[in-house]
Design a protein around this ligand. Structure first.
Ligand code: ZN
Length: 82
């Protein structure tokens, strides 16, 4: 008889420390190479943020606009930077 064992997953979140700054990690699509890259924001930096990140895949600069609605909900826009 086939017995399926359910493994308990330990959500230790190693190396992830909740400090006074709560980061939001988001996946955006690079407007140059269309790869998905991960970026992090801090709500403490403002409700509306604009930042330029270099794509980790093609190294093009991506203009990111972040709008926080509250602590949990936010909207990210990625555009080509000139
Ligand atoms: Zn890219």
């Amino acid at each position: 008889m086939f017995k399926q064992k359910l493994r308990s997953i330990h959500a230790k979140q190693q190396g992830f420390i909740y400090t006074e700054k709560m980061s939001k990690e988001s996946n955006i699509q690079c407007p140059f190479c269309f790869e998905s890259i991960s970026i992090a924001f801090f709500i403490e930096d403002g409700k509306n943020q604009e930042t330029i990140v270099d794509c980790t895949v093609c190294c093009h600069p991506i203009e990111c606009k972040v709008e926080f609605f509250d602590q949990e909900n936010y909207h990210v826009e990625a555009a080509r930077s000139n």
